[in-house]
Write a protein that binds this ligand. Sequence first.
Ligand SMILES: Nc1ncnc2c1ncn2[C@@H]1O[C@H](COP(=O)(O)OP(=O)(O)OP(=O)(O)O)[C@@H](O)[C@H]1O
Length: 262
Amino acid sequence: MTHLIEITGVRHAYRTAKGPLPVLDGLDLAVPEGGFTAVVGPSGCGKSTLTKLVAGLLIPDHGEVRLHGSPVTSPRATVGMAFQNPVLLEWRSILKNVLLPLEIVPTDLSKSQQEDRARHLLSLVGLEGFEDKRPSELSGGMRQRASLCRALVHQPEVLILDEPFGALDAFTREDLWQIMHQLKAKEPFTGVLITHDLREAIYLADQVVVLSGRPARTQYTLDLPQQGPRDIAHLYTAEAAEQLAILRHQIEIAQGRTPAAA
Ligand SMILES: Nc1ncnc2c1ncn2[C@@H]1O[C@H](COP(=O)(O)OP(=O)(O)OP(=O)(O)O)[C@@H](O)[C@H]1O
């Protein structure tokens, strides 16, 4: 199978005043085109570092990160990112916030096509009618929906989501999960989701990768094949309970609280 994202044998250490801090030590990850991989692991194990490597914001000390077979050696504009804090610019309308990447990334779209695309994305996430509002006039969940549109507006080949729903209340978070499935059905992308929420991982992803404690390596991969959007009711099935139990066990191993089976 050809993979859009291929990470092989990646090792990376940050240079700090106290010497090198090894963060990744044997990271392997492959995401096929159109795939959606969730990455979970103990706090501070190197999950955000992994996203920086995919975006080309960091270059690994050893090993390789490839997108469509070509090594990532500098920042890639074709990677869209959304974070826990949506960081929308208050002096711009919601529409103009969503259009921001198209002012930076080269595009063949005319100004009116760009605006049509931004409006289309906003309508897909239920923000039709809010295009001219300022970020502070929207709820946290609405701001996060706008930031997802901004991450997708330039049709990135990879969408990286670094705990985008972590600051939302449980109900808003579930709404956003369902919106993610609807978005993916209409605006296909290849995604990497960093999360601490195992339910979120099994609801959204078709592959969950568990990282070990720092320095992190790929400890375990759970495949969750899915055809089309998943019903939220999936989370209350025996199958989901079993998947969650497997992942919880793996996290305990990663945290050093349970020894790995021989
Ligand atoms: N630029 C940097 N320089 C030095 N150390 C860093 C730098 N960025 C991150 N670190 C350290 O590297 C380790 C891994 O950080 P990273 O943010 O990748 O972990 P994480 O798994 O995303 O954490 P969390 O689950 O808490 O969000 C942490 O100990 C962090 O303090």
